[in-house]
Design a protein around this ligand. Structure first.
Ligand code: NAD
Length: 545
């Protein structure tokens, strides 16, 4: 097996790694030394000549050059990473999957003392006051180190080695967690094949006495049954409640049935529900959790890409009534959000494609790496190819969207407009969705139409470039999103937008793309709106209907 050491500068990765490898007759790989060999320059020279971005490129190459994980049960290779190696989701996917990651943790004061005594130059820490710098790095990077086995507080190399050797039997696992964080909107975990163990840990944290799983028939088959079996094997008593599939779960009658099932199971206030399914299931089960006994804890395990990047995160729950979709709901933050990207493998093509409409929106908000990622991998994923799931591309998409949402929702307490930026593409998108009666068009598909409209408006107002609009529109073309005119009339879309405007007290605020992000404008003239609608509805192609 390969053991991977991660942690801040000064945590002893090289010293511990070298001694551990020596004692077990394993090969020691120091990633910084490997980079120096491959580039032919010392690390400080790479930083000086190519900047941090240049160094990170070489670092990714070095991680890739490690090749596949060693599957031999004995310790064969010890890899000491640089302090910042695991910031890049690609490195984490390669280093954590099939390998045994270990986090050497320590107090910033202790690490700073070691760094001051060391002859090595650390480009990101040298020349500054090390303790505050290390404290800031620790806060920024904790979520990247936290999936690894944590060894903290060891007094010296020998003590660390003894603890580590006692845990070698844990070994690598077939599952991988690439991000773990406690956030203002709940505990967040992202990974591959880790849903059952993450649910078990969440239940243990919540001091649950049993596992109450809520799913729908399809998500029970593709995810729930496996989670239940794994929990039972761990000794959990498992209860199961099935809701109807898809949007039919989001009805008041279903909430009543669900709450009655909970009451028959004598579920009390201290228990935790586990919602396993797409956005419809987590919306409905989340609403039941918000209201049963005036609120019980819920763990969300989204099984669709829409759920993993959006619906199950942020605490909004809702059901539909005949008068409108999502009209009844509550805010109820999940105790934990567990995104296991392996569930996307069985997702129908249309669901995959529609979800990418939301991912493109998140990228246009200002994540250039996400935009490039969808450009490279989106078409294959939409087609049903499982490679982007296996290579970590989907995990990176999920992580980027999730973390952007965590930051937006956290910032929102101070800055009301920030959360609103998430509505990019939604003004026209909602109009189209509503005009189609929320049936013929999926939400992500509607957002894609709305994105085309928002770009047309931004062009008309001169706030984005033709190149930027062309780049995003051609990506939507290649993904097969918002390509054909939607089956709705311009009039009815306009009417639904007018209703939204009334709800917004007459001021429709538009989130519009610039060249690198978005701006909010409430002064968009009617001619520009007309151009946006024409572009969204593909009216030039279809003729006015
Ligand atoms: N609360 C929020 O903030 C929020 C945000 C966005 C969307 N939503 C809501 O989410 C819902 C849409 O979510 P969705 O797109 O996940 O739809 P969904 O939950 O209806 O699931 C779509 C279909 O995929 C199936 N499915 C789910 N997981 C699967 C898997 N792993 N493999 C195979 N099939 C699977 C389901 O059975 C269903 O037929 C809407 O009701 C929307 O209002 C809520």
């Amino acid at each position: 097996m390969d053991l991977v050491l991660v942690g801040l500068p000064g945590s002893g990765k090289s010293a511990v790694g070298r001694r551990l490898a020596g004692r077990h007759n394993a090969t020691f790989v120091d990633l910084d030394e490997l980079i120096e060999q491959q580039v032919g320059k010392p690390v400080p020279a790479i930083f000086a000549e190519e900047g941090e971005a240049g160094f990170r490129r070489h670092e990714l190459e070095a991680v890739r050059s490690l090749g596949p994980a060693d599957t031999h049960p004995e310790l064969r290779r010890v890899i000491a990473t640089g302090g910042g190696t695991v910031i890049d989701p690609r490195n984490r996917w390669l280093l954590y999957r099939g390998r045994f990651p270990v986090w050497l943790d320590g107090a910033p004061e202790v690490l700073a003392g070691r760094l001051n005594r060391s002859a090595n130059v650390r480009p990101l820490v040298s020349g500054r006051d090390a303790v505050p710098t290390l404290r800031r790095l620790a806060a920024d990077r904790r979520r990247f180190y936290a999936p690894a086995l944590q060894i903290s507080g060891a007094a010296n190399v020998e003590a660390t080695l003894r603890t580590l050797e006692g845990r070698l039997g844990d070994g690598p696992s077939p599952e991988a967690t690439v991000l773990r964080a406690d956030t203002a909107i709940g505990h967040v975990e992202i990974g591959y094949g880790m849903a059952a163990s993450a649910v078990g840990s969440a239940l243990t944290r919540g001091e649950a006495r049993r596992a109450i799983l809520l799913a729908e028939p399809r998500t029970w088959d593709v995810a729930g049954a496996g989670i239940a079996a794994a929990l039972e094997a761990e000794g959990w008593q498992v209860e199961r409640i099935l809701l109807p599939r898809g949007e039919r779960a989001k009805r008041m009658r279903v909430i009543e049935d669900t709450c009655r099932a909970l009451a028959r199971l004598h579920v009390d206030r201290r228990e935790t529900l586990v919602a396993i399914g797409g956005g419809a299931l987590t919306d409905a089960a989340g609403f039941a959790a918000a209201t049963y006994l005036r609120g019980v804890a819920v763990v969300h395990v989204p099984t669709t890409l829409v759920g993993q990047i959006d619906a199950a995160l942020g605490g909004k729950t809702a059901v539909d009534i005949p008068e409108g979709k999502n009209l009844v709901g509550a805010f109820h933050q999940p105790a934990a959000f567990i995104a296991d990207v392996s569930f996307n493998a069985t997702l129908p093509a249309r669901q995959r494609r529609a979800a990418l409409g939301e991912v493109v929106k998140m990228a246009v908000l200002g994540d250039e790496r996400l935009l490039a990622l969808v450009e490279q991998e989106g078409v294959a994923f939409a087609r049903g190819d499982s490679r982007p799931i296996e290579t970590g591309a989907v995990a990176e998409m999920v992580e980027r969207c999730v973390w952007a949402k965590v930051e937006v929702v956290t910032a929102d307490a101070r800055e009301a407009n920030v959360r609103m930026t998430l509505n990019l593409g939604h003004t026209i998108g909602h109009g189209i969705e509503a005009a189609a009666g929320y049936k013929a068009i999926l939400h992500g598909e509607a957002v894609a139409y709305g994105l085309r409209g928002a770009f047309a408006i931004a062009r008309a107002l001169g706030i984005t470039t033709a190149e930027r609009a062309e780049r995003v529109n051609s990506l939507l073309d290649r993904l097969g999103l918002a390509v054909a005119p939607p089956v709705v009339s311009l009039d009815s879309v306009g009417q639904h937008m007018a209703t939204d405007k009334k709800h917004a007290l007459g001021r429709l605020s538009w989130v519009l793309p610039t060249e690198i992000g978005v701006v909010i404008r409430s002064d968009v003239p009617p001619e520009a709106v007309a151009q946006g609608l024409a572009a969204a509805l593909r009216i030039a192609e279809a003729g006015v209907r």
